[in-house]
Ligand binder design. Sequence first.
Ligand code: ADP
Ligand code: NA
Length: 333
Amino acid sequence: KFTRRVFSGIQPSGGLTLGNYLGAIKRFVQMQEEDYETIYCMVDLHAITAKLLDPAELRHNTRELAAGFIASGISPDKSILINQSQVPEHAQLGWIFNCVARMGWMSRMTQWKDKAGKNAENASLGLFAYPALMAADILLYHATHVPVGEDQKQHLELTRDIAAKFNHDYGVDFFPLTEPVIKGAATRVMSLRDGSKKMSKSDPSDASRINMTDDADAIAKKIRKAKTDPDALPSEIEGLENRPEARNLVNIYAALNDQTVEEVLREVGGDQFGVFKPKLADLAVSKLAPISGEMARLMADPAEIDRILAKGAEQAREISAPILKRTYEIIGM
Ligand code: ADP
Ligand code: NA
């Protein structure tokens, strides 16, 4: 009974990374071309949960993220592209879900534990509530599918728990049980400096990640310096076991080139990293340079980006306002 509808978002908390691109945006573009209505969001309300940002920086990041989406192939004619704070229903439904979600559920979120760390006393209440707002982002549109990286799997389970509890407590079948879409060779791109950490825009080390705005020299240098082991690449996938850094570089290659890991190893098995890394750097530059060039072009006209986001907000509210209204009615508001 629910329309096949995709919602997903990215925080404008810093520049886009190769992890965001391969783990999320590439899939966003594919699903836009498939049989779904697609809504993609700069989640600026989420971007201030870790720390309050400089206002000019947040505004810049939001526009740059919009430019990154469009430059990667998300078309404002085929998808609804929005900035979260411009659609007030996100925060409104977020509050309702703060009252549906249980403290125990929230304290079990591994991302909360990772991000708050040992200093939870000093973390913002928003960081703790983040997954309930994320559930609102998704369910506000009755989204049935959410393309995300591995790291978001637990938050999607929580979204289903919130939908199920709401439906059960009010005796309705109102919110769908949304499916995560996690697939491809790079659902978890790891740091270039430490194969046990995910590549993230919030990692303090710039050498740990490839930014979508990095130039060819920076990309080549980061890949050349990426942590690896002394062995040659295997020709079978089993040979990558217990070699997280090698595995990560091969995964990145496969995802960039739309190949499987097996296909890549058939070609590069036997290569030393001294040979493989330049191949990977060339591939990364050839795929990313057109995107970063287009991002720069779009960023030269910020007013046009703002117009696209204003139009997106209007389209989004046609879906979100009736769903919020019905939610309030169900609750007795
Ligand atoms: P970040 O961790 O860089 O702040 P976000 O939390 O804004 O990124 O995540 C945006 C999207 O990008 C999510 O779908 C997330 O799963 C995906 N993503 C982020 N980092 C990675 C990564 N290293 N590998 C794969 N996907 C990722
Ligand atoms: Na579509």
